[in-house]
Design a protein around this ligand. Sequence first.
Ligand SMILES: NC(=O)c1ccc[n+]([C@@H]2O[C@H](COP(=O)([O-])OP(=O)(O)OC[C@H]3O[C@@H](n4cnc5c(N)ncnc54)[C@H](O)[C@@H]3O)[C@@H](O)[C@H]2O)c1
Ligand SMILES: [Zn+2]
Length: 696
Amino acid sequence: MNPEQQIQELVDKLQHLNYRYYQDNVSEVSDFEFDQLLKQLKELEDQYPDLRQEDSPTLRVGGTITKNFNTVYHRYPMLSLDNTYNEQELRNFDDRVRRGLDGEPYEYICELKFDGISLSFTYENGVLVRGVTRGDGTRGDEITNNVKTIRSLPLRVKAENVPPVFEIRGEGFMPITSFQKLNEEMDTLGENQYANPRNAASGSFKLQDSGETARRGLDCYLYSFLTDTEFFKSHEESLLGLKAWGFNVSPGWKKVQTIDEVLEFIHEWEEKRLTLPLATDGIVVKINSFEQQRELGFTAKSPRWAISFKYKAENKPAVLRMVTYQVGRTGAVTPVANLCDISERALPYNQVKGVHLSGTRVKRATLHNANEVLRLGLEIGDTVFVEKSGEIIPKITGVDISQREKYPTEPLIFPTHCPECSSELQRNEGEVAFFCPNDSHCPPQLKGRIEHFIHRKAMNIESLGEGKIELLFDLDLVRTPADLYDLTPETLLGLEKNILNEETGKVKKISFREKTVENILNGIALSKTVPFKNVLFALGIRFVGATVAEKLAAYFKSMNALRLATYDQLIAVPEIGGRIAESIASYFSVPENQQLVARLQAAGIQMESDEKPVELESDMLEGKTFVISGVFENFERDDLKLKIEVNGGRVLSGVSGKLNYLLAGANMGPSKLEKARKLGVTILSEEEFLAMIENK
Ligand SMILES: NC(=O)c1ccc[n+]([C@@H]2O[C@H](COP(=O)([O-])OP(=O)(O)OC[C@H]3O[C@@H](n4cnc5c(N)ncnc54)[C@H](O)[C@@H]3O)[C@@H](O)[C@H]2O)c1
Ligand SMILES: [Zn+2]
């Protein structure tokens, strides 16, 4: 390959990885691999400057903006940081700084590098008016309503001496506990889990539904302050100032004088950072004086006065002792590697503690599916390499085949039968996972389905969470969701069980006292009022997620109609494809499922959509179209929509020349407003709208 082709290949690859990372919140390779590719490209470009492409990933901030939010131009560009994984390069950075400052004395501030997404917040007269993502560095997504869900972020600054307009920046992140909770939930719902808290934070800050963002427990650390006229003299002053004004500044920062002290800080935090409640991937070193920052300036992509040092994910050898197989709610079989430290090779497995990796002991790593096992070429007894990606989920990255001579291995044979119920496993064409087809009797599938049934987004029986289902299932009291509706106080009172968490080895005692029983039964009774679309989702039909369930409920209006629908009738529904139609038809053809639905119906659960045809209050908005944007004082958005519809109007999603009214609430994006003005659309305030419909 000639250098030109090499460069083109690297550019294509990096652009693809950037797109996946910023747009889809997926990391196809580790950050380290990504950074190595970027470094290779940079070296080639330095060697052949003529071949450098104008929009090379080495010159541009990698992020993008989306179409889902208003686009906002940054007042000051939001750049990336130069990074390094080694000490020599850090010393080279220090040399460049010294030269750049012509021998003036300087100081550094060391901070932790939080692993989340960059956010910018604008305050006017002390009030938070805008929250924006970094986007491509020049323009970002306006996500004000979502950032307002961060509890630690002041919506109004109480201090007196704040400048009239200022911008602060920080890292929005998802604390590790929120991340674990979210992933457990995704797992119950059969949705894809996030690989690490960064991807989870990025996805959650960009949700359309701020309520859901709020539930996900995001947080933010602030680390930068910007104004048109200088307010603070140094980064240190600004951090202290922000703290005094009530902003959440991470306490981990330190002022130092030399690069050796920077290295000390790096070593000090290498292990300590793993005890923090959030993910960090390195440290950031910044020149303290703002004047010196200005002297050093910026490249197209990053400041010359700062650099980040990233810790390499710890990678250690371990022994693959055995592989166990987990069966999920949908019957998918996931192989799990059971590992021990190389010093524990001879110990019985129940005595091993596991490999010490990034602050914890690791005994298990998911192998995802049979293809992954093949790809790695694993054998039982192999010496493998384990790494924690995003510092959270351990994974096997390779095999040390040279060890096989000394420590003989046995072939790893994927089971042909379900480890839980002995049914023969199957594999659908085009899918990587093997699954157990015995969905009506395989225990983890039954239990998984009940857990799905009670989920907040399904029947919402929260009082049955945390091990209670497990108890009821193990005692044979509840084998299908319908059994829940036969429970009585007498059967429940006094039940007890110790539940062992295999991961932590901790035992949790669950016992049903009077209050618990009352809560459980109340929760179950209340679930009878949950709307039909949730009931449909709660059944856990393959490929029928919450959104599909909603569409089906709106279309068929009742369980009976849906149950009797043929394949052809099903695919005639907008947005319902062959795969979903097939799955629904086959679900209702199974006698156990028919029985379940009949019992649920008898128990009094909603089997019909109660969406009443809209009864008109007036027809005064007949033929008029509206777009609703922003936040309102007297209405939730849905109520407003209803108000418009019951008066004969229609609500659209986008501003166009044909639109009659833009109903503008507080905090609506300036670009939408601008567009409406340009197109001559009438802009209504909440009061004006109210006056309009009250005049009828
Ligand atoms: N794995 C992949 O496929 C893939 C793809 C694209 C990018 N990436 C990773 O993302 C990196 C590029 O992302 P980036 O441009 O956000 O750079 P970066 O994450 O290396 O560093 C810049 C960012 O650090 C954050 N930050 C955290 N703590 C900070 C602090 N105390 N002070 C200042 N900033 C702080 C800010 O959000 C800032 O924008 C790549 O180097 C790579 O590691 C990975
Ligand atoms: Zn099974």
